[in-house]
Ligand binder design. Structure first.
Ligand code: NAI
Length: 333
């Protein structure tokens, strides 16, 4: 089957081509650099399958153009699918597939990397040492052992994060409508969100972005957090009201902030913008804080995860071609 791969970077070409070869070279891969949106969707004309990533925009207009060009399957090379209008896809008869669990450990390990880097101020220490400044003022951290971490969402990634933190000797709290016995087996306890926010030294978000939890962290929730707590988001940017968080940082309500995702990351992340001015003043303000660490949606980016994403994507397409249904179909709510 011909697959039009949008937002294709060098690493997408490498991992998808290798997976296609390993799995029998059944598909013709057409790599396209532009991100998928209404005006670029015509590039997929003649391709029954479109492969898209988190920064591609699959709204009703884009999907209608894809449909007119003969696309029947959207194979997302991501776990999240909040960038797809599922109702529009269903109305057009376009099937949507995703990669539900490629490597929860990749994201969990990056989450803990952000926690440790912020806590022990590794990025500041590196800069100081390179300048010959070996003073320790301002670099003090805290022991992870005995600290309380509140995990919002104990699915695959939240649970993998909990496993690592249990190894540090952290006290684990979580909030999730679904209770995982595996989390409780680690010694963790489920509590309501207000208690989690009140008790936690670190709050980390691992729930998907849905229509009901947009700006889950806003002025009100920040006011309910333990003063000076660390906030980490490696899930989806829209879970956090960035302006409210900036106010929280300024007032000291939030002690440190680690982000791998940002609510306005579309069109900015995943590309080299170093020769242009940042146009987003809210994002630019975030970068001025010494106690904020931002990475550009790279939590998933390990060799293991990329291999797994590519293989599951190719398998989704092969199964769809053979049976009319992919292995991992996204169902509209
Ligand atoms: P999952 O589906 O295994 O788990 C999500 C959990 O969140 C479920 O247990 C669900 O019950 C819970 N949940 C849903 N709404 C909630 C709410 N309002 N409050 C508390 N819990 C809630 O998903 P997985 O694989 O753990 O991924 C989580 C999220 O991580 C994805 O939705 C995606 O947005 C993000 N992600 C980020 C990546 C990155 O590179 N930064 C890579 C992969 C995923």
């Amino acid at each position: 089957m011909k697959i039009a791969v949008f937002s294709a970077r060098s690493y997408d070409r490498t991992f998808l081509s290798q997976a296609n070869e390993r799995l029998g070279n059944q598909h013709e891969l057409a790599f396209l650099e532009p991100r998928l949106e209404a005006k670029s969707a015509t590039l997929a004309a003649g391709a029954p399958c479109v492969c898209a990533f988190v920064d591609d925009h699959l709204d009703a207009e884009t999907l209608a153009t894809l449909h007119d060009g003969g696309t029947r399957l959207v194979a997302l090379r991501s776990a999240g699918y909040n960038n797809v209008d599922l109702a529009a896809a269903r109305a057009l008869g376009i099937v949507v597939a995703r990669v539900p669990a490629y490597s929860p450990e990749a994201v969990a390990e990056h989450t803990v990397t952000l926690m440790l880097s912020l806590n022990r101020k590794i990025y500041r220490a590196r800069d100081r040492v390179r300048e010959g400044n070996f003073a320790l003022d301002g670099l003090i951290g805290f022991n992870m052992q005995g600290r309380t971490v509140g995990i919002i969402g104990t699915g695959l990634i939240g649970l993998a994060t909990a496993r690592i933190l249990a190894g540090f000797g952290c006290r684990l709290l979580a909030s999730d409508p679904v209770h995982q016995p595996a989390f409780e087996a680690l010694g963790g306890s489920y509590v309501e969100v207000p208690e989690l926010l009140r008790e936690s030294d670190i709050v980390t978000l691992h729930c998907p972005l849905t229509t009901t939890n947009h700006h889950l962290i806003d002025h009100a929730t920040i006011a309910g957090m333990k003063r000076g707590a660390m906030l980490i988001n490696t899930s989806r940017g829209g879970l956090i009201d960035t302006r409210a968080v900036i106010n929280g940082l300024k007032s000291g309500a939030i002690g440190t902030l680690g982000l791998d995702v940002y609510e306005e990351e579309d069109g900015m992340f995943f590309s080299d913008q170093s020769n242009s001015m940042i146009q987003d003043d809210v994002f630019a303000r975030l970068l001025t804080f010494p106690n904020v660490l931002v990475t550009g949606h790279q939590a998933f980016f390990t060799v293991e995860a990329m291999t797994s994403i590519a293989e599951t994507t190719i398998r989704n397409v092969s199964t769809f071609e053979a049976t009319g249904r992919p292995d991992h179909e996204v169902q509209a709510d």
